[in-house]
Ligand binder design. Structure first.
Ligand code: FES
Ligand SMILES: [Fe+2]
Length: 319
């Protein structure tokens, strides 16, 4: 049985969603993707441009992600060698004088930013209405490289996003020493929040502030300022109606000798990893209660859900 009955909102919201890390896809690479209940192909051209297309060749249906190869700016189908560029235009049918007019594949809007390859998803195919900014930490030598973790989780984007404003679960599920409070500032597609919390480290709990910025449901930047500055870029992309692909990428500011492989850096990665693994059985089995019965101290859950509405194209979706 599908888990659709657990939710009152659709599985594929509007927004930017990660499909790979930039360094996983070198010029000439072609790989299949499965996201949003669809088969896609991702490739990087010889000059370094990333393309994402629907996977099936309009000629006789081969999957371009399985055996396709890059030729210049295009991906070449393994079956009869037709070629398609990043705009989905057929650039070559090697044995025919003319390229059939209808030989086109649906392209996806792609961005290669902050070391992440992101695609724009809109259920009606509408163009992007906002962009993911470039963050200075992702290009600065003062920060470590990303240390990455990844999970496949049986839930939906909105459910994972709600975790950030669910103030009481930090203590009761994750065992944080305090009961954090959240100060929020939703602005258009960006949900800003500041959480005062404490993080377990080898030196005992360290007080700190967590600044989180959600850019829709797919992309979230969290900056922890305390003893050491740390940054977490996390992305959640729907695979199908059942599962999401959750990627967490950590960076630590190097000054003061901080190293992501040891000390506070490692404690930060371990702590967030531990929390995700505690959240997982909750997410995989809970249902979305709407409206929820809330008590004082629960945090800004209602405000968060109002912000969620903009990411659904279906007016009957009630987040
Ligand atoms: S199926 Fe792709 S070229 Fe024929
Ligand atoms: Fe959590």
């Amino acid at each position: 049985m599908t888990s659709g009955y657990r939710f009152s909102f659709p599985p594929y919201p509007i927004g930017w969603f990660q499909v790979a890390y930039s360094d996983e896809v070198k010029p000439g690479d072609v790989r299949p993707l499965q996201y949003f209940g669809k088969e896609l192909v991702l490739f990087r051209s010889d000059t370094g441009k990333v393309g994402v297309l629907d996977a099936y060749c309009p000629h006789l249906g081969a999957h371009l992600g399985h055996g396709g190869t890059v030729v210049g700016e295009s991906v070449k189908c393994p079956f009869h060698a037709w070629q398609f560029d990043g705009s989905g235009t057929c650039t070559e049918v090697p044995y025919a004088g003319k390229i059939p007019k209808a030989a086109k594949i649906r392209p996806w809007e792609v961005r290669d930013v902050n070391g992440l390859i992101m695609v724009w998803h809109h259920p009606n195919g509408d163009a992007p209405t906002w962009e993911i900014p470039e963050f200075p930490e992702t290009t600065s030598d003062e920060w470590t490289e990303y240390v990455v973790r990844r999970w496949k989780i049986r839930t939906r984007n909105q459910e994972m996003a709600e975790n950030a404003v669910d103030c009481q679960h930090f203590h009761y599920l994750h065992g944080t020493p305090n009961h954090p409070t959240a100060t929020i500032d939703p602005k258009g597609h960006i949900f800003n929040s500041v959480l005062n919390t404490a993080m377990e480290t080898p030196m005992g709990p360290v007080e700190g502030q967590v600044h989180a910025q959600m850019y829709g449901f797919g992309f979230n930047v969290t900056r922890f300022t305390g003893l050491v500055e740390t940054m977490l870029v996390n992305s959640v992309t729907a695979i199908d109606e059942e599962y999401v692909d959750a990627r967490f990428a950590f960076k630590v500011k190097k000054d003061g000798g901080a190293d992501i492989a040891k000390g506070i850096g490692r404690a930060f990665v371990q702590e967030i990893t531990r929390q995700v693994e505690q959240d997982m059985p909750i997410w995989e089995n809970k249902k979305h209660v709407k409206p929820p019965i809330l008590a004082e101290g629960d945090g800004p859950i209602s405000q968060f859900r109002r912000w969620c509405r903009q990411f659904y194209a279906d007016p009957n979706a009630i987040p």
